[in-house]
Ligand binder design. Structure first.
Ligand code: UTP
Length: 293
């Protein structure tokens, strides 16, 4: 039987250069989709998949992330005294339990693979999840969220699991792309991976979309992998090396991923999540009509 996925690594040490000047002092993971920081949406998704321990790989100027997952004594006390119990309860239920968060630093943003490697001591010798915190997902018809769908596939196949999504062929050069082997429909065997393939060379139009379940052997590989695309230590290169020894399966995520590291993805996520909120949807549609949308 596959071991339970108890821990998740959330790499939040990137510079967010695509979102300057907003990200000069505010980590991009703390920008909000409607009224929740992007990172809170991602932690909620991990919790829904059964994750118990959250490992944040942070960098300089990111200490506000640590504060977000801690008690805010003055605020909580004021809410209590003013009788704003609903707001207080909402704040408290967002908090992971005592001891359920760990923080480590990536001293320099050397790439996603390097950021994940920085979590090796905190993860130890067990399979774990990785969630890219700038990718916000919304479950499709089943309402099951992306990491939960990965955990389901992991229970079936074991090994390593990656969530993928289809994009138009002309966009594949911007992403990590997988090659499809034995296909089971929703999930399939991965027979190859390539990070940012040259135009026209991608093995499929299925891109790696920011949710992974990985075996701990990835750490040894990430410790030795050379710099790849963009001069960064790429997680995809590490996974590619691991795939010669262990199985990798892809899950076609039933739902949609919003890349909140890009302006359009961020704006689309705000619209989509606001339209899911009954108290906001009608008013937002009315505003959109005023704009001629
Ligand atoms: P991105 O490449 O999207 O993030 O990495 P970035 O570098 O912050 O963004 P831009 O391109 O400059 O706008 C995906 C995720 O991996 C983390 C980022 O914080 C982001 O959540 N990351 C990336 C790290 O933690 N360390 C790195 O060295 C690189």
């Amino acid at each position: 039987m596959s071991r339970k996925i108890r821990k998740a690594v959330l790499p939040v040490a990137g510079l967010g250069t695509r979102f300057l000047p907003a990200t000069k002092t505010v980590p991009k993971e703390m920008l909000t989709v409607v009224d929740r920081p992007i990172l809170q949406h991602v932690v909620d998704e991990a919790r829904a998949a059964g994750v118990e321990h959250f490992i944040f790989v942070t960098g300089r100027n990111k200490s506000v992330i640590e504060d977000h997952f801690d008690n805010a004594y003055e605020l909580e006390d004021t809410l209590r005294r003013r009788g704003k119990m609903k707001e207080l309860e909402a704040l408290m239920s967002d908090l992971p339990g005592a001891g359920n968060c760990s923080f480590t630093r990536q001293q320099a943003p050397l790439g996603l693979g390097h950021a994940v490697w920085c979590a090796r001591e905190l993860v130890g010798d067990e399979p774990f999840a990785v969630l890219l915190p700038d990718m916000v997902t919304m479950g499709g018809a089943s309402k099951s969220q992306c990491l939960a769908q990965c955990v389901e596939a992991y229970a079936k196949h074991g090994g390593n699991v990656i969530a993928v999504e289809q994009v138009p062929a002309e966009e594949t050069h911007q992403y990590g792309v997988v090659a499809v082997g034995k296909d089971h429909g929703r999930d399939f065997e991965i027979t190859g991976m390539v990070e940012k393939p040259a135009k026209g060379t991608a093995p499929s139009n299925l891109i790696i979309s920011g949710r992974y379940i990985l075996q701990p052997e990835i750490f040894d590989i990430l410790g030795t992998v050379e710099k790849g695309a963009g001069g960064e230590i790429q997680l995809t290169d590490g996974m590619k090396a691991l795939s010669s020894r262990q199985s990798f399966h892809g899950v076609r995520f039933d739902g949609r991923t919003y890349d909140c590291g890009s302006k359009i993805g961020f704006l689309a996520a705000n619209l989509a999540f606001a339209l899911e909120r009954p108290e906001l949807a009608d008013a937002l549609r009315a505003e959109a009509r005023k704009l001629g949308l």
